[in-house]
Write a protein that binds this ligand. Structure first.
Ligand code: BYC
Length: 477
């Protein structure tokens, strides 16, 4: 395996695909099905555009990307694994100390397949969710960014499909086909995880998604990058380098929206959300409601607070903790405990449970720490304009459908309410149909003049890859 990528093959790769004819043929058979999916479910009306995209040319951490105009259907999706790192070991669980597996241990096969399928399923789902957004992009810069995110999610699907084909034989091939058959939001054949069946109807939702939900991707991929199954670990390590840009798009997108709104509020000395809306920007209360929604559905993606699945993934060595090898403990968690939340006697409580069963909660907590730092940065931007308004993360139990808080009605402050009480406040806390209608009414057409931005969002600080902000990032032909 080299760090450079072979672009001569029909499927670009750095896994010596040409030496395994059977695998190569199987993947070449899947490729047209993937392209069919992209034409049907990829970004709407985009197939003939020239988009200024980055493409991986090597898997070295430095300088792996080249930037150029590409028609998206011609994007070189492929299979890229980070280079192997010497004599890697299984670093946690009951198999700790064994050489990392280069093949799937028979007894863990179905568990591992399930993890890979669940990860893989999210990637095309997000492309499906975002498919119409190009029609109302706030600028060419933003349009190019969403397309970059979309092609890379497509590549992440390839990353998981490679593992399925290479290591799971016939079941793997069937799973790879099923990944192209499920559809986000479909009643009969939906995507596996909840958040990936929610619509992403506008750009505020898109930036929230890339800030919150792509960051779940970061934390899940980081845990899988610790896997004792080395090909999965190496695949995820390379995926993580691509993921960073997606979260950047989300954080700066929301940052630019709140900055613009706060500037307009300061300039006109207004606070009333209706007056703010009348000036063609998104009131901060609406931003808060979107935040509440995306944060809570993303918290659900970490799974149950108490999970025997998570314990098995860890004990077997398949899925570690965030930055497992940097943690100073026994990496087996036989006697450790961890605090999880829940509701008892009408109140939110914490209880200590065996740490092995609390691994989803622990990862969720790691995630929350990073999300809070991003919210703090948005608040700094608001503060700099002199506007008194702070965004905040609602309580962990707010609007949860999975885990200990599911079935309870928790306010953003962490109060346990009755269903009727919660419903009475619903539209203060969650985006209402009217909020969605307002936001979408602002995003009816796309801004196509280079360097111009929709009124509701501030320009970015700089362009992409040394290009100026008014660069022609997308040519429509
Ligand atoms: N919705 O033991 P439990 C990304 C299911 S995002 C629906 O509590 P477990 C990306 C669960 O599957 C990262 N169902 O949970 C971002 C199980 O069902 P079965 C994606 C849910 O198994 C943006 C049952 O409930 N990667 O990459 O410990 C754009 C009991 O589950 C949900 C991964 O998720 C839910 N929210 O953990 C593009 C990593 N939550 O099996 C991409 C791989 C749970 O009993 N997946 N369930 O039928 C995993 O590690 C685990 O499957 C989970 C769940 C963390 C998701």
């Amino acid at each position: 395996m080299t760090s450079n990528i072979d672009y001569i093959d029909k499927i670009p790769n750095n896994v010596d695909l040409g030496r395994d004819r059977v695998l190569q043929r199987a993947l070449e058979h899947w490729q047209p099905a993937y392209m069919g999916w992209w034409y049907d479910m990829g970004p709407n009306e985009s197939h003939n555009y020239d988009v200024y995209l980055r493409t991986a040319i090597s898997v070295d951490p430095e300088g792996w990307a080249v930037f150029d105009y590409v028609k998206m259907p011609q994007y070189r999706w492929g299979i890229f694994l980070a280079p192997p790192t010497g004599d890697r070991l299984v670093n946690f669980g009951v198999n700790k100390g064994q050489a990392a597996w280069q093949d799937v241990p028979g007894e863990y096969r179905s568990m591992l397949r399930r993890l890979i399928v669940t990860q893989g399923d999210t990637e095309p789902a997000s492309v499906e969710q975002q498919r119409m957004l190009g029609m109302c992009a706030p600028s060419l810069y933003d349009l190019r960014n969403i397309y970059q995110v979309n092609v890379e999610e497509g590549r992440h699907l390839w990353a998981m499909v490679y593992l399925l084909h290479r290591y799971f034989g016939r079941d793997g091939r069937e799973e790879a086909e099923a990944l192209l058959d499920r559809r986000s939001g479909d009643v009969d054949n939906p995507r596996i995880l909840g958040a990936f069946n929610e619509p992403t109807p506008d750009w505020l939702a898109f930036y929230m998604f890339t800030f919150f939900t792509d960051r779940d991707g970061k934390f899940q991929l980081s845990s899988l990058a610790e896997s004792g199954f080395d090909p999965l670990a190496r695949t995820c390590r390379f995926m993580l380098t691509e993921e960073a840009h997606h979260m950047f798009v989300g954080e700066t997108g929301i940052g630019r929206i709140v900055q613009r709104t706060a500037e307009v509020m300061a300039e006109h000395k207004i606070e009333d959300p209706d007056k703010v809306r009348a000036l063609g920007v998104i009131d901060l209360q609406t931003v808060q409601r979107y935040l509440n929604f995306h944060y809570s559905v993303t918290l659900d993606l970490f799974g149950g607070d108490v999970s025997s699945n998570a314990a098995s993934f860890y004990t077997t060595g398949l899925k570690g903790r965030y930055e497992e090898t940097k943690i100073d403990d026994d990496h087996e968690l036989t006697d450790a405990t961890y605090k999880v939340g829940g509701v008892r006697d009408g109140r939110v409580i914490d209880e200590e449970i065996p740490a092995l069963n609390a691994l989803n909660e622990r990862l969720r907590d790691d995630y929350i720490g990073e999300v809070q730092a991003g919210v703090d940065r948005w608040n700094k931007a608001i503060e700099r304009t002199g506007i008194q308004f702070q965004l905040r993360l609602p309580h962990k139990g707010f609007h949860r459908q999975i885990g200990n808080f599911a079935g309870h009605h928790i306010s953003p402050d962490g109060e346990v309410l009755t269903e009727a009480q919660w419903n009475a406040h619903r539209d203060e806390w969650m985006p209402s149909a009217a909020d969605y209608a307002f936001v979408q009414a602002m995003m009816t057409g796309r801004v196509v003049e280079p360097g111009k931005f929709a009124n509701w969002i501030a320009p970015p600080r700089r362009g992409i890859h040394t290009q100026p902000i008014d660069f022609e990032y997308v040519r429509f032909n």
